[in-house]
Design a protein around this ligand. Structure first.
Ligand code: HEC
Length: 256
């Protein structure tokens, strides 16, 4: 009876395992998988890629997309110095009230949130043919397989296949749901000039901006992975000690 219950349990576990494996395969199957420095148990963010990705966001995407959960000072996490962060912030103006109670603007400070390109949703839609450019702060987590999706989106602009009816003002994109997207192709070769001399191909910029967006959505990823590795190490040692104790107790019991 006991044996039968065990067998059923094992079969159920096996089926569950297979089932979830198949489900993962089915949903990410159409996205081309790129290599990412941050994947795997020991993954870390490539600082140079993060800085290049920020440059792409700042010079290209920021004209339409906000990243309202980021402050300029967060950029110190990706290797910018305090002085560099101050200088980046100072390129933007934020509204404030002066000593006379009048509305005015001041230079942004490291503690200010990233500048938003539009005053509100209506203004954003009006400038984009009715489509809303979503906030990108959490985008890499909001979409399934986020970094590969963002890479695919940036590199997925093609001629629409014969017979595909493209609505006015939309472009064909291979990975966007429904394939008709309201975002004009944002990246073309040499769209930016990288400070570190890396050639700015579409695929390089797509990879860098996806890395940057992944960091924005999960800035503590490296801490989480380090903690995971420590926990696994601890569990491993614990397992060895439990086994040794088990053997010792068993020997004593058998000895009687
Ligand atoms: C000219 C304005 C404009 C620029 C520049 C722009 N976008 Fe967009 N983006 C849009 C609009 C509009 C949408 C909404 C599209 C829709 O819903 O059809 C969008 C949607 C998106 C989405 C969400 C797609 C989805 O699954 O819903 C992502 C991700 C994105 N953009 C990333 C970027 C990145 C990264 C850059 C810079 C390399 C960029 N965009 C530059 C206008 C822009």
């Amino acid at each position: 009876m006991k044996m039968r219950a065990l067998k059923i349990g094992a079969a159920a576990l096996f089926t569950l395992g297979l089932g979830s494996g198949a489900a993962i395969g089915a949903t990410s199957g159409h996205l081309e998988q790129q290599e990412w420095s941050f994947s795997g148990a020991f993954g870390t963010f490539d600082r140079a890629a993060l800085q290049r990705g920020f440059q792409v966001y700042k010079e290209v995407c920021a004209s339409c997309h906000s990243m309202k959960f980021l402050s300029y000072r967060n950029l110190q996490d990706i290797g910018f110095s305090e002085a560099e962060v101050k200088a980046i912030a100072a390129q933007y103006e934020v509204p404030t009230i002066d000593d006379n109670g009048d509305e005015t603007t001041r230079k942004a400070l490291p503690s200010d949130r990233f500048h938003s390109p539009f005053a509100n949703e209506n203004a954003a839609r009006a400038a984009n043919g009715g489509a809303l450019p979503p906030d990108l702060s959490l985008m890499a987590k909001a979409r399934h397989d986020g970094p590969n999706y963002i890479y695919g989106l940036m590199t997925g602009y093609h001629e629409a296949p014969a017979g595909f009816v493209l609505p006015a003002g939309k472009e064909y994109n291979a990975v966007f749901a429904g394939n008709a997207i309201g975002m004009p192709k944002p990246l073309n070769d040499d769209q930016v000039t990288y400070a570190d001399g890396t050639p700015a191909t579409v695929s390089q910029m797509a990879h860098d901006v996806a890395t940057f967006l992944m960091w924005a959505a999960e800035p503590k990823l490296e801490d989480r992975k380090r903690a995971g590795v420590k926990v696994m190490g601890f569990l491993g040692i614990l397992t060895i000690f439990s086994f040794l104790t088990y053997r010792k107790v068993r020997k004593q019991v058998q000895g009687h």
